[in-house]
Ligand binder design. Structure first.
Ligand SMILES: Cc1ncc(COP(=O)(O)O)c(C=O)c1O
Length: 478
């Protein structure tokens, strides 16, 4: 039989046509999103039941795929881009970001080495240097000195890489050689994100060697408690190795006092990492840069444009003051990756700056976002969100049934009914079941607390007004 090759690839012309359809679909979704229930109403197993048990033996039409997106997938989504999404922290996006992501998928280059796509590396280095200036970060994070920045998938990975660099620095490379022997200790406040505990587990320090440092009445780390914990561990023969402070904690947006913490770290010779995953974006605006006072004492810093800077997931920016420490911890060079550019020492090979080898061209979407909005455009959005949150906090203060549960320095308002946990849980459940808005909760000092997180690209004052009206209506009904 003659060898007639099957032509299963999507033709370039069909790709062009379907691509336009998909962009139209996304534009329509964005236009309609406000009318969709914010929280998915899917029941467990509902999506899988609607899917065929076996994959198709022969290819299907693109029409059938898009139809299933409408009928099966869409009802199973919580609409994170809805202007009425006030849960967790935002995970927002924007037109330029989506288009940058599409381009990245279309190019599909691997940027593991400079040599495997020089533009992928150099654009990333350049944009991260831009951001040092845009955010008013310490100059030591610039790639022109001993430091430099890299895009990681998430803040969780960035903190893990910081911890690995810290571990190797404090054992002079010994942990990579022989493993951890349980004497290294790490420190973060009781309010630090769970990713720090995860990093401590993955890095082999052992969870029992992570110290949860007490916080003050504003939920910020107490430097005196940190200093005491480090001193106690030293007395006990441990080796303090890593401190992680947070600007903008997940529960309540608390700001750890970086300067005091940094001075303790410097004195103790401990790696100082700062997690600005959420609130780091605020530093675009000079008036909010007080949150990073003392950051010049840090060894590493990360923040997530994929939260509040209109760049779709995943995109975390991570800087180190001494790139040699990071590369020393993560670098490895098998024969098949050797090349002249690497050997010359004149280029950055980002594979040595994070866990995976392969890497996507993430800098494109970030570059598009920065160029589309410009620094002033991004600042205007941040200021708008902060102003909306402050207005919301004023409304809470004025209603005697409610109380603010924590300071609201930026765009997160933690509040609750004075009537107790049960009433607050009911209030949250009713609001979310309505589909009109979506909030999440935390516990502060053991008390059930609602979080109003304002950071969606298209959230306007009318959405906040409507949310507050609904909250008050439901509270009256309880
Ligand atoms: C302060 C803080 N750090 C880290 C993270 C984890 O972020 P990622 O999903 O990028 O790992 C979050 C997530 O909300 C966070 O609020």
């Amino acid at each position: 039989m003659a060898d007639v090759p099957r032509s299963d690839h999507m033709s370039i012309e069909e790709f062009r046509r379907r691509g336009h359809e998909v962009v139209d679909w996304i534009a329509n979704y964005q236009r309609e999103i406000e009318s969709l229930p914010v929280l998915s109403r899917a029941k467990p197993g509902q999506i899988r039941t609607a899917l065929p048990p076996e994959p198709p033996a022969e290819g299907e039409s693109f029409d059938a795929m898009l139809r299933d997106v409408d009928e099966i997938i869409l009802p199973g989504l919580t609409h994170w881009q809805s202007p009425n999404f006030f849960g967790y922290f935002p995970s927002n996006t924007s037109g330029p970001s989506i288009l940058g992501e599409l381009l990245s998928a279309g190019l599909a280059v691997q940027g593991m080495l400079w040599a495997t796509s020089p533009a992928c590396t150099e654009l990333e280095t350049h944009v991260l240097d831009w951001l040092v200036g845009m955010l008013g970060l310490p100059g030591k994070f610039l790639s022109s000195g001993k430091g430099g920045g890299v895009i990681q998938d998430t803040a969780s990975s960035a903190s893990l890489c910081a911890l690995l660099a810290a571990r190797e620095r404090s054992t002079a490379g010994g942990s990579n050689e022989s493993g951890c022997d349980g004497h290294l200790t790490a420190y973060a406040s009781t309010q630090a994100h769970s990713s720090i505990e995860k990093a401590v587990k993955i890095a082999g320090l052992g969870r029992r060697n992570l110290r949860a440092i007490e916080v003050d009445s504003a939920y910020a780390m107490r430097p005196d408690a940190l200093a005491e914990a480090i001193a106690r561990d030293r007395r006990d023969g441990k080796t303090p190795c890593f401190v992680s402070a947070t600007i903008g904690t997940t529960s309540s947006n608390a700001m750890d006092p970086l300067r005091a913490i940094g001075e303790i770290c410097r004195e103790a010779g401990v790696w100082f990492h700062v997690d600005g995953a959420m609130s780091g974006t605020a530093a675009l605006c000079p008036e909010f840069r007080w949150i990073q006072d003392g950051l010049e004492l840090a060894d590493s810093y990360c923040f997530n444009p994929h939260k509040w800077m209109f760049t779709n997931f995943d995109c975390d920016c991570f800087w180190v003051a001494d790139r040699a420490a990071l590369i020393g911890a993560l670098g490895i060079l098998p024969e098949y990756l050797r090349n002249q550019a690497t050997a010359s020492g004149a280029v950055i090979d980002y594979r040595d700056w994070h866990i995976p080898l392969g890497r996507r061209f993430r800098a494109l979407k970030l570059w598009f976002v920065i160029r589309h909005y410009g620094v002033e455009g991004l600042r205007a959005q941040v200021r708008r969100h902060v102003a909306l949150a402050q207005t919301f906090a004023d409304w809470v203060r004025e209603d005697s049934r409610f109380e603010l549960a924590a300071p609201a320095p930026l765009n997160l308002v933690c509040f609750r009914l004075r009537a107790g946990d049960e009433a607050n849980q009911k209030l949250l459940d009713c609001l979310n079941a309505s589909g009109e808005l979506f909030l999440t909760h935390t516990r502060l000092d053991g008390l059930f607390t609602l979080r109003m997180s304002i950071g969606q690209a298209r959230t306007e004052r009318r959405h906040i007004e409507r949310a507050w009206a609904r909250i008050r209506e439901e509270a009256a009904r309880l």
